[in-house]
Design a protein around this ligand. Sequence first.
Ligand SMILES: NC(=O)c1ccc[n+]([C@@H]2O[C@H](COP(=O)([O-])OP(=O)(O)OC[C@H]3O[C@@H](n4cnc5c(N)ncnc54)[C@H](OP(=O)(O)O)[C@@H]3O)[C@@H](O)[C@H]2O)c1
Length: 245
Amino acid sequence: MGKLQDKIAVITGGTSGMALASAKLFVEEGAYVFITGRRQDQLDQATKEIGRSVTGVQGDSANLEDLDRLFERVKKQKGHIDVLFASAGVGELDKPIGTITEKSVDDTLNVNFRGTVFTVQKALPLFRDGGSIILNTSVANAMGLPGASVYAASKAAVRSFARTWTAELKDRKIRVNALSPGSIGDTGTFATIPDQMRDYLISQIPAGRLGLAREIAGAALFLASDDSSFVRGIELVVDGGMSQV
Ligand SMILES: NC(=O)c1ccc[n+]([C@@H]2O[C@H](COP(=O)([O-])OP(=O)(O)OC[C@H]3O[C@@H](n4cnc5c(N)ncnc54)[C@H](OP(=O)(O)O)[C@@H]3O)[C@@H](O)[C@H]2O)c1
């Protein structure tokens, strides 16, 4: 029996990177998974790759009507949610103070801050008591990475949400935790990163390499499943040690 046998999971931004790897692992462990993404072609490709026990719902996490449509679909098809992995996130790592644009701030906060708030809020009516919510933050939230201030601050807010919502949802026994990836190489985020930056980041990682999306999926599975039944409000850092030394 899988660790998520017969569970219903929703994973936002699930057509690429660590969220796609998580969707695949959750299905292997017995879950039925709903994934989202803005691009229909990517969604079709991802649902094909996952192969079974998956529904793709096109939508933007920053758009409240799209979120309503997502949860309406989940309600109609499965009736409830056991696990939510709010992973959709964006951000620019090359915008030091002095170069930050209004668009960059709006785009980042719309998805990472506003999108996370309303994804969780709109999922709650469908949530079974005892479920698990995982918020995707970043080790950047507690570091001083030059060029990443807006992204890092938006992810600090996400980390903060996990604390407050843990307290607010305790009577429903819904666990809320933050997952904090370091530099994960096989993701869309890293596909376009300049070689020089990649080499610098690797030099800062005690593990001596970038992480893999499936290593984040393993951590997401831990937080989604009963293996973490006594774990609430934490930030689970998965970064090869980068932020710890
Ligand atoms: N990669 C890293 O090293 C790293 C490190 C720390 C934290 N993170 C965080 O981890 C999460 C996943 O990162 P990743 O690098 O694995 O992602 P990725 O490979 O770049 O994929 C991003 C996914 O999110 C979807 N997406 C983006 N904006 C969306 C929106 N507004 N609404 C719905 N879906 C959206 C994308 O599809 P569409 O473009 O079609 O919408 C895609 O499926 C993000 O929150 C990121 O900030 C990443």
